[in-house]
Design a protein around this ligand. Structure first.
Ligand code: G3I
Length: 303
């Protein structure tokens, strides 16, 4: 096959990217995105600040532009993200306690209600675990509402859209030996044991010199999958753009049946949140395929 999406489909997987609504008028960008990818994540447009700028007043204009572009082009959509300490609108940042907990629940119901039946998987909770060696939760206004905030978010989400897969999504949970990975693993195991609805774990997989790809990544994917959840690689980028590392990531996913798809976090290097100089994606700033692109395509085709 000659595109990432078609190559991934050979094993029943998807290959996605993050899309920015402000770039949908860039023809080079949309041409590549439409040709190569079959799963779309809004880079910012379905986040809390974008969708509920004032409490109880929802705005889906930018999110819907991305959703409609994706569906009109035959693609599925991952929803990103419903409960997160970051990119909260000002009104939410200033809430605490039961008031914040209720706002989180209302937000999940509002956004998932709007997209009910239309989203492949939602990142229900994003980045709730702490970096470093604690293996525990990150401090945040949401965490200070009580340790059960994550399971409340998942139970709310399950009722709001029973057709969406519900994911926990985080970065630096790629390396099996890291405490943060083990913390999230223990949470997912606990949720599965107690029947808290969770269907997938998103490994963001932002690889750089401080959190490099490690060959135990496959163990991480296998271990989460063995708990009875899908694993999705949700925000892949590799600082420096090593073709070998890209191939390793793809092969590790392909080795695990429940690793169901891969999303790269942007189209061209110039679209990356890391800046073009990071060379972290599969297309250069002129829209040309990089060595990493060919490496990923070959890995998918050789599965
Ligand atoms: O849209 C405004 C623009 O009007 C303003 O002039 C400009 C000035 O700073 O800011 C623009 O907003 C920026 C937005 O991206 C759109 O470009 C924000 O400042 C900037 O903070 C925001 O960054 C996003 C970041 O999440 C924020 O947390 C990145 O685009 C986005 O790629 C990044 O994605 C996250 C995932 O959601 C979660 N995992 C990590 C990943 C990378 O940080």
């Amino acid at each position: 096959e000659s595109t990432l999406a078609a190559a991934a489909q050979q094993s029943g997987r998807y290959f996605g990217t993050a899309i920015a609504a402000g770039k949908l008028g860039d023809q080079q960008y949309t041409t590549i995105a439409n040709r190569e990818f079959d799963m779309i994540t809004a880079e910012n447009e379905m986040k809390i600040d974008a969708t509920e700028p004032n409490r109880g007043q929802f705005n889906f204009s930018a999110g819907d532009r991305i959703y409609n572009w994706a569906v009109q082009n035959g693609k599925r959509v991952r929803g990103h993200t419903l409960a997160w300490h970051n990119q909260q609108p000002g009104w939410m940042q200033s809430l605490s306690g039961g008031n914040l907990r209720q706002a989180m629940i209302d937000h999940i119901n509002g956004v998932m209600g709007h997209y009910r039946g239309k989203i492949y998987a939602w990142d229900v909770v994003n980045e709730a675990y702490a970096d470093g060696n604690s293996g525990g939760r990150r401090d945040s206004n949401l965490q200070r509402t009580g340790n059960d905030w994550i399971e409340v978010a998942f139970r709310t989400a399950a009722a709001a859209d029973p057709s969406a897969k519900l994911c926990y999504n985080d970065y630096n949970i790629d390396n099996w030996s890291w405490a943060k990975t083990q913390g999230v693993y223990n949470m997912v195991r606990d949720f599965k044991q107690r029947g808290v609805p969770i269907h997938c774990v998103g490994l963001q997989s932002h690889f750089n010199s401080n959190s490099p790809y490690n060959s135990n990544y496959r163990t991480t994917i296998q271990s989460f999958a063995a708990l009875g959840v899908d694993v999705q690689i949700t925000e892949l980028d590799i600082q420096g753009g090593s073709a070998t590392t890209y191939a390793n990531v793809v092969n590790d996913c392909l080795a695990v049946p429940r690793c169901t798809g891969i999303t790269v976090w942007g189209v061209r290097d110039s679209d990356s949140w890391l800046g073009a100089g990071a060379s972290a994606l599969l297309f250069d700033g002129n829209g040309n395929k990089k060595a990493a692109y060919n490496s990923v395509l070959n890995a998918l085709n050789n599965a």
